[in-house]
Design a protein around this ligand. Structure first.
Ligand code: NDP
Length: 244
C-alpha cells in the first residue's frame, strides 16, 4: 500500500457500533472506499448516511463461513479489489469459569477467533494481489490474562498467535499484519455481559477513568495503515492513561 488511503478498498467487520463504526468513518473520511459488515442492518444504514465517501453495507455474520465469503466477494464485486481487512467483530461475555454458560464460550470463540480467521482466509487472495494489510483488533486481554476473562482472553491470545503466523507467511509478499490491542474503550461491548456482578464491575471500571473513545483506536489504525510500504507496524498497545 502507498501512504494515502485515498481510493483504497477496506472491509471492516463489526462496523455497526463502537470501534468498527468509528474506524469505518475515519477511513471513509480519509478517502477509502469502505465495505462495512455486521448483523444489525439498521445501524449500518445510518453509518452509510454519515460516511462522506463511497460505502457498501453488507449483511455479515462472522460465525458463518459462507456469510464471510459472501461479504468479501461482494466487496470485490463492487469496488474491484480489496486492500485492507479490518478484523474487528467481537463479543466479550466475561465471567468466571466455574458454572459458566458454555454457549457464551462457543459464541466468543466462534465470533472473535474463528470469525476473524474465516475473514483472513476469504480475504487473503485479494490482499496478496493488492499487497494490502490486515488489521486485527485484539485487546490488552490478548497480552495479559485475567480472572473472569479466561475465554475472552483465550480468543485474543489466539488472534495474536494466528496473526504472527500469518505475518510470517505473507510479509515477503508485501502484505502487512497489524495487531491493535486496546484497553478500555467506551462502546457497547460490556453491555452484553450476562453476569450481573461482572457487568457492575465493568461499569464501575468505566466510571473510574477517562476511557478511550472509538476514534482513538481509529487513529491508531490509520497511523499504521498510512506508513510507507517498507514500514510494518505489527503491534499497537493503546490504553487509557488512567488504566492501571
Ligand atoms: P461493540 O459491541 O460496540 O461492537 C462489536 C461489533 O461486533 C458490533 O458491530 C457487532 O455488530 C459486531 N459483531 C458481534 N458479533 C458479530 C457477528 N457474529 N458477526 C458480525 N459482527 C458481529 O464493541 P467494541 O467496538 O468495543 O468491539 C469491537 C472489537 O474491539 C471487539 O473485537 C472487541 O473485543 C475489541 N476490543 C474492545 C475493547 C473495549 O474496551 N471496548 C477493548 C479491547 C478490544 P452486530 O451486533 O450488529 O452484528
Amino acid at each position: 500500500m502507498s501512504n494515502a488511503l485515498d481510493g483504497k478498498v477496506v472491509l471492516v467487520t463489526g462496523a455497526s457500533s463502537g470501534i468498527g463504526q468509528g474506524t469505518a468513518l475515519a477511513l471513509s473520511k480519509a478517502g477509502a472506499r469502505v465495505a462495512v459488515g455486521a448483523r444489525r442492518a439498521d445501524r449500518l444504514k445510518s453509518l452509510t448516511q454519515d460516511a462522506p465517501g463511497e460505502i457498501l453495507a453488507l449483511d455479515l455474520d462472522v460465525t458463518d463461513r459462507q456469510s464471510v465469503q459472501n461479504a468479501v466477494t461482494a466487496t470485490v464485486d463492487r469496488f474491484g479489489s480489496l486492500d485492507v481487512l479490518v478484523n474487528n467483530a467481537g463479543v466479550m461475555l466475561s465471567g468466571p469459569i466455574l458454572g459458566a454458560d458454555l454457549t457464551e464460550w462457543t459464541r466468543m470463540v466462534e465470533t472473535n477467533l474463528l470469525g476473524s480467521m474465516y475473514a483472513v482466509h476469504a480475504a487473503l487472495p485479494h490482499l496478496l494481489a493488492a499487497k494490502g494489510a490486515v488489521v486485527q483488533i485484539s485487546s490488552t486481554s490478548g497480552r495479559t490474562a485475567s480472572a473472569a476473562s479466561a475465554v475472552y482472553g483465550a480468543t485474543k491470545f489466539g488472534i495474536t498467535a494466528f496473526s504472527e503466523a500469518l505475518r510470517q507467511e505473507v510479509t515477503a509478499e508485501g502484505v502487512r499484519v497489524i495487531v491493535i490491542e486496546p484497553g478500555f474503550v467506551d462502546t457497547e461491548l460490556a453491555s452484553h455481559i450476562s453476569d450481573p456482578a461482572i457487568q457492575a464491575m465493568a461499569k464501575s471500571m468505566a466510571e473510574s477513568m477517562r476511557t478511550l473513545q472509538p476514534e482513538d483506536i481509529a487513529s491508531a489504525v490509520l497511523y499504521a495503515l498510512t506508513q510507507p510500504e517498507h514500514v510494518a507496524v505489527n503491534e499497537i498497545l493503546i490504553r487509557p492513561t488512567d488504566q492501571t
